[in-house]
Design a binder for this molecule. Structure first.
Ligand code: DX5
Ligand code: ZN
Length: 218
């Protein structure tokens, strides 16, 4: 099953509840929330308070993508705020196994994120403990960037690693996902499609999500 996860990074924050409810009504599967600290990535967004507000605006799973140094310091707060899924960048964790365990102990489902230049092999000894892997197809920090083409080959490699290990781990893709790029990404083996600007900058969320879902399932 292919899942669509609109990223609220591209939503109108003056109407955040309305925007979330609009994508929920339009058929979104997860709500993707991008947390940035101005250190790991060159941008700042929001913390657990906003995630808690998102929790009150929707019944959908909330997928918190942490682009922050020392994620262990904040994981319990995000879990308490209502995060269903929490992902951390492999590049930010000195003790990745411990961080993944912490996410689970807090009652959320763990994912690990790979930057565009971080190899799939990084996951060799952590994959079996994850619910999902997030492959970044842009350098994290901003919405509206162009999809990095070799992310496709990376998904194929990751899919093979998951299959070879007999696992069910979901593959999520984030960055430059649009009706133009989604079919090839889906064919490579991705399951969960994060899209910010492609959905929130479109005039009709329902049409866009439907079109993306159809292209992903082809
Ligand atoms: C980027 C974020 C993405 C962002 C994607 O660092 O992780 O979730 O919202 O934006 P688009 O879909 O516009 O590339
Ligand atoms: Zn993201």
């Amino acid at each position: 099953m292919k899942l669509i996860a609109p990223s609220i990074l591209s939503a109108d924050f003056t109407r955040l509840k309305e925007e979330i409810q609009a994508v929920e009504t339009a058929g979104a599967d997860w709500i993707h929330a991008d947390v940035m600290d101005g250190h790991f990535v060159p941008n700042l967004t929001f913390g657990p308070m906003v995630v808690e507000a998102v929790r009150r605006a929707t019944a959908l799973p909330i997928d918190v993508h942490l682009m922050i140094h020392e994620p262990d310091r904040y994981i319990p707060d995000f879990a308490k705020a209502g995060a269903t899924y929490v992902s951390v960048h492999a590049e930010t964790c000195a003790h990745l196994n411990r961080t993944v365990q912490l996410i689970r102990d807090c009652g959320a489902r763990p994912g690990v994120v790979l930057n565009p230049a971080t190899p799939v092999e990084t996951l060799q000894w952590i994959l079996e403990y994850l619910d999902f892997v997030l492959v970044m197809s842009v350098n994290p920090g901003f919405g509206g960037q162009r999809f990095i083409p070799n992310s496709i080959a990376k998904i194929v490699l990751l899919k093979k690693m998951i299959t070879d290990k007999g696992l069910q781990t979901l593959i999520q893709i984030d960055g430059g996902v649009s009706p133009q790029t989604i079919a090839d990404i889906a064919a490579a083996g991705a399951d969960v499609f994060v899209a910010g600007s492609a959905i929130f900058n479109s005039p009709d969320y329902r049409r866009t999500i439907l079109a993306m879902r159809q292209l992903a399932n082809r």
